[in-house]
Write a protein that binds this ligand. Structure first.
Ligand SMILES: [Zn+2]
Length: 235
């Protein structure tokens, strides 16, 4: 039959493992969320660039229509130039025509600027698309792995908890409640290995008389410094 201290030691190992797994389990969903956000950011960037390109295309078309309108006006002036009777009227029409030609040139400059912006953005868009093609698969793969890890850890946790229940049944209730009290008071670790005359929980020296008794028997002893149960592992 196993001694109580041996069972307590097994229980404490399982509890440490449970704490470790629970902390890992908490981190995985955060990691997955971050990866999904990375993916969404790339898609968002692409959408933003596409929308900006659409806006520029619409603007360019509007400018082209404006030029067309101004050119129509010039055509009309051209027709009127043949009909005017006075020199003044003629000069006025020529001034108007010159003014419209300037307006057209300004609009053409604006169109050129739009074309340049479009070119830059188009390149950006292609870059993002390439990035998405590479990154998306990579991210999806990492997410899949993390999800598998999550499942694995959940399974492991379930098994550990089952084991824990089985160990608990082997221990007297008052000892269990003392174990829980020490565990809560001592950062989750209630059983410490006694090694080379030292408590591995608080690193203090165990009184030599206590230590020699500990080696000899499997009775329950606690560290006089930290209160943890002391377990001596026979070599
Ligand atoms: Zn101690």
């Amino acid at each position: 039959m196993e001694s109580d201290i041996k069972i307590l030691y097994e229980l404490s190992k399982i509890d440490s493992e449970i704490v470790k797994i629970e902390s890992l389990l908490k981190k995985i969903p955060q990691k997955i969320k971050k990866l999904q956000e990375e993916k969404e950011n790339l898609i968002f960037k692409l959408e933003k660039t596409s929308n900006e390109l659409k806006r520029l295309e619409k603007l360019k078309r509007e400018k082209e229509i404006e030029i067309q309108e101004q050119e129509d006006r010039i055509q009309k002036i051209q027709q009127n130039l043949d009909r005017v009777k006075t020199n003044e009227e003629y000069k006025a029409l020529l001034r108007e025509k010159a003014h419209i030609e300037e307006v057209i040139m300004d609009i053409e400059d604006e169109i050129l600027q739009i074309l340049e912006e479009q070119e830059v953005l188009q390149k950006e868009k292609e870059e993002i698309e390439k990035q998405i093609e590479v990154e998306k698969n990579k991210i999806d793969e990492v997410i899949k792995k993390e999800e598998e890890k999550l499942k694995e850890l959940q399974e492991k946790l379930k098994n550990l908890k089952n084991e824990r229940e089985k160990l608990k049944e082997k221990l007297p209730r008052n000892l269990l409640s003392k174990y829980e009290t020490v565990r809560q008071a001592r950062g989750g670790i209630a059983v410490a290995l006694a090694q080379d005359g030292t408590c591995s929980g608080c690193y203090m020296i165990i009184p030599p008389k206590l230590y020699s008794e500990l080696i000899k028997s499997e009775k329950l002893f606690t560290c006089p410094h930290c209160g943890r149960f002391l377990y001596y592992e026979p070599k």
